[in-house]
Design a protein. Sequence first.
Length: 140
Amino acid sequence: MNIDGVNTGYVLDHIQAGKGLQIYNFLKLDKADCTVAIIQRAESTKYGKKDIIKIDGDIPIDCNTLGYMDSNITVNRIRDRQLLEKIHLELPEYLTDVIKCKNPRCITSVEQEIVHKFRLADREGRKYRCIYCDTEYSEK
């Protein structure tokens, strides 16, 4: 299969196999006014299988949230068909309005306009704690 290169935009590489569509939806790429290609379950020597998203357009990319969704993603910025920058994502130290506090006594449950903020408490366990009430949030 041959997918053309990107003139100016991004290549999101090393996405966990099967997560490409979730990231496509998060970035609202269906509404983007540019060419987008999703490659699913491509062969990878490092991961076995991976997804890749190619975006031929200069759109805003939230690397913190992408790092939370899949910290193995590599974001390649392309300009004039040349690699401009390669960003290796990792779990962000802080998340703002990405996850919600589940504690019914937390101020964010009472005051709806307060943003949900979390700090990374355990990198290996992918656990975050609410900065207001210290309630732990984990994906499990």
